[in-house]
Design a protein around this ligand. Structure first.
Ligand code: MGD
Ligand code: MGD
Ligand code: MO
Length: 761
C-alpha cells in the first residue's frame, strides 16, 4: 500500500537553480542561433520585444532581465537553429501518415518552417508552393464556398494590427466565424465577468500589485504559466502580506520561490515562502469553498454589529454599487457547514482560517485561471469570486480587484480589435463607415460550435492564424477525422504540429515570421502591438534576421489571403496597410477611439498605455448599472453527479510546455520526470480501486452519449491529491473531453472536471 507520507513532499522552490537547469535543457535541445542572450535582454522593455509566451504585464520600471524561465524557453524554442525545409518531406520516412506516430515534441523539434507548403495527396507529403499560387488557390476555393462554411480561427499570438485585418478579412468575406483560443480559456471570464461587473477583463493595474495586502489564488499556476508574477508575489511577502491558495494540486510556484535574478538568493538558496495557507480542495469545489469564505464574512459582520464594532461588510459600497445582496446573504446563512465541507473537500476550520485572513486584509486581489474557468459552471465560479470581493468593496479601489491571468501574449488584445464571433462586441456601423461594405450581422461560431459544425460536415474550410486546433479542442479523435474531411485547411504557423497531419482535400501551411524577427515592408521595419492581462498596450519590434527569406509576416499573409478571397473594394487598401502598419493602427484608433487615443504616439510608453476599464473606476456596464451578487444554484461547478468509480479528471499543463508545444518531459515543479503518459491519483483512491502504483491503466470518459472515448497506456502514479480528483496532461487527455462538456454560459470546454472511469491495462 502506498501512503501519502511516502510521496515526495518537496520538489525544490520555483525559480532558483532548477529554473536555470530548465532553461539550459531547452538551450541544448534547440541550439538557438547565437545572440539569443541579446534577444532575451530586449524582452518586455520599451522598443524591445514583448514576450511570445504569456500575457503577464510588463512593469514600467523594468529590470536588466525582464523575463522568466518559461519566457526564455519560449524564446529559445522560437529562435532554434533547426529548420523544417521542403527537404524534410523528401525523406522516405516522412509521409504525413507516418508523422502521425510522432510525439508533439518531435514534430516541433524539426524546427522553424521555411517555405509555404501545399499537401499532395498522391505522395502524402507537403511540397513547396509559391506564395502567389497558394494565395490564388486559397482565394478561389474560399470564393466558391458558401460564406457560412468557412471559419477564421486565431490563437492569441498575432499582434493587434494583423488581428484587426484578420477580423476585417472574415467580415469582408462574409461571416463572423471568428473563434479564438480564448473560447477554450478565458471566454468564461469574458462572459461571466461581464455579467456581474460589466467588464470582460480583469480590473487591476500594475500599481495595485504593490498596494495589496493579500492575494487569494484560485486555480492559477504562476510558477509555470506566468512566472514573472512570482516577483510581485515575493514583494508582497517581503512586506508582510498574505497569500492564500485554493488548488487541488500542490503547485510548487505557490509554495516557495528563489528569485533567479537575485544573486544572493541564488547563492544562499534563500527561499521565500509563498502561500501562507494552501487549501487542496476537490476539483470543482470552489463554489462551496468561496461560499464558506463568504459565510465567515457574514458571520463576522453580524458579530461586529452586535458588539457595536466597525462593519466587516462594506455596507456603504454594497448599497451604492451592487444588487442581489440580500438574496446572496441569505444563501450564505442557509448553507450548512456540513454541505460546504462535503462539496469543497475542505474543513470548516480551514475555511475559517482563510476567512480570517480575508477579513483582516484591507485590500485583497482575487487571482484566478483555468482552475475556475474550465468547468461546466465556470461562470458561477467567477461570480462567486466576485461575490467574495464585493462583500468588502474589493473592486475598483487601489490594491484591490479581480485578476484573471490570461494565456497567450495577445489573447485579450485580439478580442479588443474585433476577433469576435459575437456581433454585439464589434462596432459594425463603424466598419461600414470606414470601409464601405455591409458587415454580416449574423453571429458567427465559437470553438465549440465550430467543432460541432465540423463533426456535422457543415464546415468546409478552416483558416488558422496560429494554433494547433486539432490538438487543443475536445474530442480530439473525432476532430482528426472531421478536420481532414474539409475542402480546405490553411495554417499560418511557425512550427510543424499535429493539425498539419490531417490535411483537408486542399491543405496549405503558410510559414510566418516570429515576433523577434525583422518585419521589413515597403516603409521599413514594422512594429506590432499587443495587449496584456492588465489592458496595457505595448509595441514590439523584431531585430533578428528571419530564419528564411521566404517567410512573410502574419499581417502580410492575412492581406495576401484577403486580396485573393475578397473582391476589390475602394475602402480595402490591403497593399497600403501591408506597407505601413501605422496606417492599421490609425484604423484601430478610428474604430475604437476611446481605447486607442493617440495610438501611434503612445505605444512605446514604458509598461504600455492603459486602455481603461469601467469596473476599475466603479462604473458597472451591466444592465442594472451595478455590480451583481449572484446566488449560487448549486454548490459545485460540475455538470455531473459523483458516482462509485467515477473520478473528476483535471487536465494539467506541465512546467515544460506551452499549450500544445511540448518543450520536454520534465515537470520539475511537481517532481514528475520523463513521461507525459501518466495519470495522478491519491494512494487511498488507488487502493480503493484495487489498482497498484506504477501499473498501466486506461481512462474512459464516463458520459453516456454513444461515443467511446478512452486513453490507454497511462502509468498510474501515486500523488498527493484530494479523494476523487485525478489528473493527466493536456493536450494528451483531449481525446477524453466531450465537445458538449462545457461551461453553460460561455461554452468554454470544461477541461478541469471531466467525468472518467479507470481500468487496469
Ligand atoms: N509556460 C507556460 N505558460 C503558459 C501556458 C503554458 O502552457 N505554458 N499557457 C498559457 C495559456 S494559453 C493559459 S490560458 C495560461 C493557463 O494558466 P493557468 O490558468 O495557470 O492554467 P492551468 O495550468 O491549466 O491550470 C491552473 C491550475 O488550476 C488548478 N485546478 C484544476 N482544477 C481546479 C479546480 O477545480 N479548482 C481550483 N481552484 N483549481 C483547479 C490546477 O491544479 C492548476 O494548478 O497560461 C499561459 N501561460
Ligand atoms: N484539455 C485541455 N484542453 C485545452 C486546455 C486545457 O487546459 N486542457 N487549454 C486550452 C487553452 S487555455 C488554450 S489557449 C488552447 C490553445 O490552443 P492553440 O492556441 O490552438 O494552441 P497552441 O498550442 O498555443 O498553438 C501552437 C502552435 O502555434 C504556432 N505558433 C507559435 N508561434 C506562432 C506565431 O508567432 N505565429 C503563428 N501564426 N503561429 C505560431 C506553432 O505552429 C505551434 O505549433 O488550448 C485549450 N485546450
Ligand atoms: Mo489559454
Amino acid at each position: 500500500m502506498t501512503d501519502q507520507t511516502d510521496l515526495p513532499e518537496d520538489y525544490g522552490a520555483a525559480g532558483g537553480w532548477g529554473s536555470m537547469r530548465g532553461m539550459a535543457r531547452t538551450l541544448r535541445e534547440t541550439h538557438p542561433t547565437p545572440m539569443v542572450v541579446r534577444s532575451l535582454g530586449r524582452m518586455n522593455k520599451p522598443r524591445g520585444v514583448m514576450c511570445v509566451s504569456c500575457a503577464w504585464p510588463k512593469p514600467a520600471n523594468y529590470s536588466a532581465f525582464e523575463f522568466c524561465e518559461n519566457g526564455a524557453k519560449a524564446t529559445m524554442w522560437e529562435l532554434t537553429s533547426a529548420r523544417c525545409t521542403p527537404e524534410f518531406w523528401k525523406n522516405p520516412a516522412h509521409s504525413v501518415t507516418a508523422l502521425r506516430a510522432w510525439k508533439d515534441h518531435d514534430l516541433e523539434k524539426t524546427g522553424r518552417l521555411t517555405h509555404p507548403l501545399r499537401y499532395n495527396a498522391e505522395t502524402d507529403r507537403y511540397e513547396e508552393v509559391s506564395w502567389d499560387e497558394a494565395f490564388a488557390a486559397i482565394g478561389a476555393t474560399l470564393q466558391a464556398l458558401p460564406r457560412e462554411s468557412a471559419v477564421f480561427y486565431a490563437s492569441g499570438h498575432a499582434g493587434l494590427e494583423a488581428s484587426y485585418l484578420y477580423a476585417l478579412l472574415a467580415r469582408a468575406y462574409g461571416n463572423n466565424n471568428l473563434p479564438q483560443s480564448s473560447n477554450m480559456c478565458h471566454e468564461t471570464t469574458s462572459v461571466g465577468l461581464t455579467k456581474v461587473i460589466g467588464s470582460p477583463v480583469g480590473t487591476i493595474v500594475w500599481d495595485d500589485l504593490a498596494e495589496t495586502d493579500a492575494f487569494f489564488f484560485f486555480g492559477q499556476n504562476p510558477g509555470t504559466n506566468s512566472p514573472r508574477f512570482l516577483h510581485p508575489m515575493k514583494d508582497l511577502k517581503d512586506r508582510g502580506g498574505k497569500i492564500i491558495t485554493f488548488n487541488p494540486v500542490i503547485e510548487q510556484g505557490l509554495v516557495s520561490f528563489v528569485d533567479p535574478q537575485n544573486p544572493l538568493a541564488m547563492l544562499t538558496g534563500k527561499e521565500t515562502k509563498i502561500s501562507d495557507q494552501y487549501h487542496q480542495l476537490k476539483a470543482g469545489g470552489d463554489v462551496a469553498a468561496i461560499l464558506g469564505l463568504c459565510k465567515c464574512v457574514v458571520e463576522a459582520d453580524d458579530a461586529a454589529r452586535a458588539a457595536g464594532k466597525a462593519d466587516v461588510i462594506d455596507h456603504a459600497f454594497v448599497a451604492q454599487h451592487t444588487t442581489g445582496f440580500d438574496a446572496f446573504i441569505q444563501s450564505c446563512r442557509d448553507a450548512s457547514w456540513a454541505e460546504i465541507e462535503r462539496e469543497s473537500g475542505l474543513t470548516e476550520a480551514a475555511l475559517r482560517e482563510a476567512g480570517d485572513v480575508y477579513i483582516a486584509a484591507e485590500k485583497v486581489i482575487g487571482v484566478y485561471g483555468m482552475g475556475l474557468t474550465q468547468h461546466t459552471h465556470g461562470a458561477l465560479n467567477i461570480a462567486m469570486l466576485v461575490n467574495l470581493l464585493l462583500l468588502r468593496g474589493n473592486i475598483g479601489r487601489p490594491g484591490a480587484g479581480c485578476c484573471p491571468v490570461r494565456g497567450h501574449s495577445n489573447v485579450q488584445g485580439q478580442r479588443t480589435v474585433g476577433i469576435a464571433e459575437k456581433t454585439k462586441l464589434v462596432p459594425l456601423d463603424k466598419l461600414k463607415e470606414l470601409f464601405g461594405f455591409d458587415p454580416p450581422t449574423r453571429d458567427g461560431m465559437n470553438i465549440v460550435e465550430a467543432t460541432e459544425a465540423l463533426f456535422e460536415g457543415k464546415v468546409k474550410a478552416f483558416v488558422s492564424l496560429g494554433g494547433n486546433l486539432v490538438r487543443a479542442v475536445p474530442d480530439q479523435q473525432r476532430m482528426e477525422t472531421a478536420w481532414a474531411a474539409q475542402e480546405l485547411t490553411v495554417m499560418v504557423s511557425t512550427k510543424l504540429n499535429r493539425s498539419h497531419l490531417f490535411p483537408a482535400r486542399q491543405a496549405y501551411i503558410l510559414p510566418c515570421l516570429g515576433r523577434f524577427e525583422e518585419d521589413m515592408q515597403a516603409t521599413g521595419n514594422q512594429s506590432v502591438t499587443t495587449e496584456d492581462s492588465f489592458s496595457m498596450i505595448s509595441a514590439s519590434i523584431g531585430h533578428r534576421e528571419p530564419p528564411s527569406a521566404m517567410l512573410k509576416s502574419e499581417l502580410a499573409i492575412v492581406t495576401g489571403i484577403a486580396k485573393a478571397a475578397v473582391p476589390p473594394m475602394p475602402g480595402l487598401k490591403w497593399d497600403d496597410w501591408t506597407a505601413d502598419y501605422s496606417l492599421v493602427r490609425d484604423l484601430i484608433e478610428k474604430t475604437y477611439p476611446d481605447d486607442f487615443r493617440d495610438f501611434n504616439a503612445r505605444m512605446y510608453e514604458a509598461g504600455g498605455f492603459y486602455r481603461g476599464n469601467g469596473a476599475h473606476e466603479r462604473i458597472w456596464k451591466t444592465p442594472e448599472g451595478k455590480a451583481v451578487f449572484t446566488t449560487p444554484g448549486q454548490l459545485n461547478s460540475l455538470g455531473f453527479q459523483d458516482a462509485p468509480g467515477r473520478y473528476r479528471l483535471i487536465t494539467l499543463r506541465s512546467n515544460d510546455q506551452f499549450n500544445t508545444t511540448i518543450y520536454g518531459y520534465s515537470d520539475r515543479l511537481r517532481g514528475l520526470e520523463g513521461s507525459r503518459d501518466i495519470v495522478l491519483m491519491c494512494p487511498e483512491d488507488i487502493d480503493a480501486a484495487g489498482l497498484t502504483n506504477g501499473q498501466t491503466v486506461t481512462l474512459i470518459t464516463d458520459v453516456d452519449d454513444g461515443q467511446d472515448r478512452r486513453l490507454a497506456g497511462l502509468t498510474l502514479t501515486a500523488y498527493k491529491l484530494p479523494l476523487g480528483t485525478i489528473a493527466g496532461y493536456y493536450p494528451e487527455c483531449n481525446v477524453l473531453v466531450p465537445v458538449q462538456h462545457h461551461d453553460a454560459l460561455s461554452k468554454t470546454p470544461a477541461s478541469k472536471s471531466v467525468p472518467v472511469r479507470i481500468e487496469a491495462g
